[in-house]
Design a protein around this ligand. Structure first.
Ligand code: URA
Length: 189
């Protein structure tokens, strides 16, 4: 009998937890991602921060609170979607992920996408976009809020909630882009 999505996601989470080369220090907690295995929408962030490393859960700090608010603003709860990151461990001093780190951990993210099969993948920031669609070279400032359809998969690039949190105009842009999601879901069926 084939594995359920939940079981398959657990298996990926176990592989992440056992990936010594993925860790930046031996005592780090893995942050594989969480949410509804049958989610129609998947959100992909950059990498865990301090709070995420502490708890093993994605987007539970200030950026995560804003993400939850934005989900609520379109009638969704965190439990309705799946939330993951390009990197599964917190980089030292919260520095940007290096291209080789993204590349090394990418199979975990691609496997999660393949299991969940979301109708829409929302990138939270340029690192998530770059991880999944390295062929896209336009900056997120150009692409945000615009639906991309590549090989039968719908993608929506968005600003990162941490970048937008304390920047009034970027915050409003992110809220406006989020507001497009219900209509996009109707459109892509
Ligand atoms: N920022 C991210 O990109 N991911 C998290 O999980 C938290 C903050």
């Amino acid at each position: 009998m084939s594995m359920s999505k939940q079981e398959a996601l657990h298996e990926v989470a176990n592989r992440i937890a056992n990936c010594q080369k993925c860790k930046f220090s031996p005592d780090q907690n893995p942050v594989p991602g969480e949410g509804n295995p049958d989610a129609e929408i998947m959100f992909i962030g950059e990498a865990p921060g301090a709070k995420e490393n502490e708890t093993g859960r994605p987007f539970v700090g200030a950026a995560g609170k804003f993400l939850s608010e934005m989900l609520n603003s379109i009638g969704l709860e965190r439990e309705d979607v799946f939330i993951a990151n390009a990197l599964k461990y917190q980089p030292p001093e919260n520095r940007d992920p290096l291209p080789e780190e993204i590349e090394y951990q990418k199979p975990f993210l691609l496997k999660q996408i393949a299991i969940i099969k979301p109708k829409l993948i929302c990138f939270l920031g340029r690192h998530a976009l770059k991880a999944v669609l390295p062929q896209i070279t336009e900056p997120i400032s150009k692409l945000h809020g615009q639906l991309l359809s590549i090989e039968n998969q719908a993608y929506l690039p968005l600003y990162h909630p941490a970048a937008a949190l304390y920047n009034g105009s970027m915050r409003q842009t992110l809220l406006n882009d989020f507001a497009k999601i219900p209509e996009i879901m109707d459109r892509i069926g």
